[in-house]
Design a protein around this ligand. Structure first.
Ligand SMILES: Cc1ncc(COP(=O)(O)O)c(C=O)c1O
Ligand SMILES: Nc1c(O)cccc1C(=O)C[C@H](N)C(=O)O
Length: 448
């Protein structure tokens, strides 16, 4: 990671203190060696693992072998000889411990969106078998859009009414007419961690079924699916699991629900005997029931190789470092970057920016000054593995992220004004966090 220390002078106390602190934290970091397992550009600080994780070294060789030998030489024989057929379950077993699932409940394949559909319709069907009065699907109102779109379609297909509710209101809302509740574990915009144990328990008490989208938590923090009695879960593998662009998603079907899971996409790979080519569908048992059609083998083997970076790494250690990284980043941001008043502007991460916050104040350079304030909860129990900074004025956020990118700090930006910085403890250093905050300070004009 390049660190521009040229601005560190003896009179520059906070900067030196934070830079020294970063060095100490990196030296004490038990996960520091894992960074070598990734291909990282030394000229950039990559803080977008919450969107697309970095490339593990193991992937290139594995994909090349699969192409040259398994496909090129063995061809069709690879479905059995190279383990292609069983890959969705085999790779699912590698993800299972990271999300707190015992064996036989996780399968990979398809996109997150497709798995949201399978899980939500499957959950509603089970709830309706238990009680025909269950005609409502709840979805958290801050949901990632794909979940909301699919929930709307799933509700229409199953004759349910869709209701959007704030995450905190789910326990008070789920009741005897609720069939299923679809929740995001971490809010993709604010980085807020929703209360999975509490909400799952409330949904269960209401007699409804829970479906969790773990896209922003799988590989970032312990989830405890079995321990908390989650019914169904889905997640992508291209963020904190580093599976690569378009890598297959995963689906968790809790063991005691598997026999009742009536897939809305009963493709032949979920059949009990696919090569019987039988006209009638007979579902496979186990997590295999969550499969649909031919799996995306090249992406699946890429993911399998990517998961080798977890050797000797516990998800608990990742969580500890993630919180330390985001704490450190916030401390650095508060030192280096102009802080927006929490009450001064009414920019909402979810909606439009109100006119009175759009103008900003003139800076030293005569340009509109930019300030930021964190949207991510301070409380560790409510924080995922990203920090979202609301930029004021919001319409400058895109330009700020462009300027950061031009200086080798890669985060991303979500309209109207959210700057997102993801922390992947497997390869992010404390020096990375400090450097990113320092460059953000330079780009925004420094502290007031
Ligand atoms: C919470 C969440 N769900 C779903 C998705 C995307 O779904 P898909 O993998 O189908 O594109 C994302 C990100 O793209 C996401 O952040
Ligand atoms: N899935 C993505 C894609 O296909 C293209 C670009 C970005 C993504 C993302 O993952 C976005 C991400 N889920 C988000 O939190 O905004």
């Amino acid at each position: 990671m390049p660190t521009d220390n040229t601005r560190n002078t003896p009179t520059d106390k906070p900067r030196n203190t934070l830079a020294n602190e970063s060095e100490h934290l990196d030296r004490a970091d038990q996960l520091a060696h894992v960074r070598e397992r990734f291909v990282l550009d030394p000229a950039t600080v990559y803080l977008d693992g919450n969107s697309l994780g970095a490339l593990p070294h193991a992937v290139g060789e594995r994909v090349a072998r699969t192409v040259a030998h398994e496909w090129g030489e063995l061809g069709i024989r690879s479905w059995t000889e190279s383990g292609w057929w069983a890959a969705p379950e085999r790779v699912g077993e590698l993800i299972a411990p990271l999300v707190g699932a015992d064996q036989g409940q996780v399968v990979v394949g398809d996109s997150t969106s497709v798995n949201v559909f399978k899980a939500v319709v499957g959950a509603i069907r089970i709830a309706r078998q238990d009680s025909a009065a269950r005609t409502e699907l709840l979805v958290d109102e801050a949901t990632f859009p794909t979940d909301g779109y699919i929930a709307e379609s799933a509700a229409r297909l199953t004759g349910c009414t869709l209701r959007q509710v704030p995450a905190a209101a789910v326990p008070g809302t789920a009741g005897p007419t609720t069939a299923a509740v679809l929740m995001n574990h971490v809010d993709y915009r604010t980085g807020e961690l929703n209360d999975l144990p509490g909400i799952t328990a409330a949904v269960r008490e209401a007699g409804a079924r829970s479906v969790w989208d773990l896209c922003h938590s799988a590989g970032a923090l312990p989830v405890g699916l079995d321990a908390h009695g989650v019914d169904f879960a889905v997640g992508c593998t291209y963020k904190f699991l580093n599976g690569g662009p378009g890598s297959p998603a995963f689906l968790y079907l809790r063991r005691d629900l598997q026999d009742r899971f009536d897939s809305p996409l009963p493709g032949w790979h979920s059949h009990a005997d696919p090569f019987a080519m039988a006209p009638a569908y007979e579902p496979a048992s186990g997590a295999t029931r969550g499969r649909v059609g031919t799996p995306e083998i090249l992406s699946t083997v890429a993911l399998e190789a990517a998961l080798s970076v977890w050797e000797g790494v516990s998800i608990e250690a990742v969580r500890t470092k993630s919180l330390a990284l985001s704490d450190h980043f916030l401390r650095c941001v508060r030192t280096y970057v102009p802080e927006a008043s929490p009450h001064g502007a009414e920019a909402s991460p979810h909606g439009a920016v109100s006119p009175h916050s759009a103008a900003g104040t003139p800076s030293r350079a005569g340009e509109t000054a930019v300030s930021v304030r964190s949207l991510t909860p301070e409380e560790h129990a409510r924080r995922g593995s990203q920090i979202s900074l609301l930029c004021e004025p919001a319409e400058r956020a895109g330009a700020v992220m462009e300027a950061l990118t031009a200086r080798g700090v890669i985060g991303d930006f979500r309209r109207p004004g959210v700057l997102r910085f993801g922390f992947t403890p497997l390869y992010t250093s404390f020096e990375d966090a400090e450097h990113a905050a320092r460059v953000l300070g330079e780009v925004t004009g420094g502290p007031r």
